[in-house]
Structure formats: C-alpha cells, structure tokens
Design a protein around this ligand. Structure first.
Ligand code: CU
Length: 137
C-alpha cells in the first residue's frame, strides 16, 4: 500500500512541474480594438495605434484582444505559421486570445461585421479594416 501512495505522489509532482513551466513560459500581451471617430475603430496597445499596427512578442505569448468598438469582428489570418483561430467571429464586448507559439511573422485582419452606419455611430470616412502584424521571436 505504501508503494502505491508513493507512486501517486510522484505522479502528482510529475504533472505539476511541466504545467508550471508552461505557465512561466507564456507571457501575455493585452491590446484592444477601440472606437475611433475616423474609421470607426483602431488598434490600441498602451496608446492608439491606427488601423495597421505591428507588435513584437516573445514566441509563446498569449495575445488578448479586447473588442470595445461596439460591433463584432471576423478575424482572418493572411500570413505566418498557421494559427488555430476556430470561429472567426468575436462578439463586441468580449475578447479573443491567440497564442503565437512559433517564431515568425503573422498577419491577421479583423473586419467589422456591422457597419458604423448600421449602428448609428457618427464617424468620419470609411470603416477601417484592421491589420495586425505580430512578430514572434
Ligand atoms: Cu467600429
């Protein structure tokens, strides 16, 4: 019986160590899509970045994108190591997290599903189609 108990403890330690290592190796980066009068929405990190932006992260980073322009967006990948995006649609007010596991240059677009006109938002110019380049090193 003692032997079995020891085996159980060993197993727990064995499972615990790798997950802690993964957590430590997964930095996160937060950004958002915010409402903006010219073009309806833009990328924002710590500052407003415009319709096209590039962020550089460590490989394995979890990038969390919060949608605060009050419309849904469809995410598509144009370039880079393949990402499992699943359902392209992200609903207004929620966020999408994408993990950039492999080193490389990824290009994604986020296209609004509803237009600013449909939502009665006062904006200037056409609604932006957003492009995000993520360089993972
Ligand atoms: Cu918008």
């Amino acid at each position: 019986m003692k032997l079995f108990a020891l085996a159980g403890v060993t197993l727990l330690i064995g499972v615990g160590v790798p997950s802690a290592a993964v957590a430590a190796a997964s930095p996160s980066f937060r950004m958002s899509i915010v409402h903006y009068v010219r073009g309806c929405h833009v990328w924002k990190t710590t500052s407003v970045r415009g319709a096209k932006t590039t962020v550089t992260v460590k490989r394995g980073t979890r990038v969390e994108i919060r949608l605060s322009c009050p419309m849904d967006f469809d995410f598509r990948q144009l370039r880079g190591p393949r990402l499992a995006l699943g359902n392209p649609r992200t609903v207004a007010g929620t966020s999408r997290t994408i993990v950039f596991r492999k080193a490389g240059t990824y290009v994604l677009t986020a296209t609004n599903v509803q237009s600013s006109d449909e939502l009665g938002l006062e904006t200037l110019g056409a609604d932006n189609v957003l492009t995000l380049t993520v360089v993972a090193k």
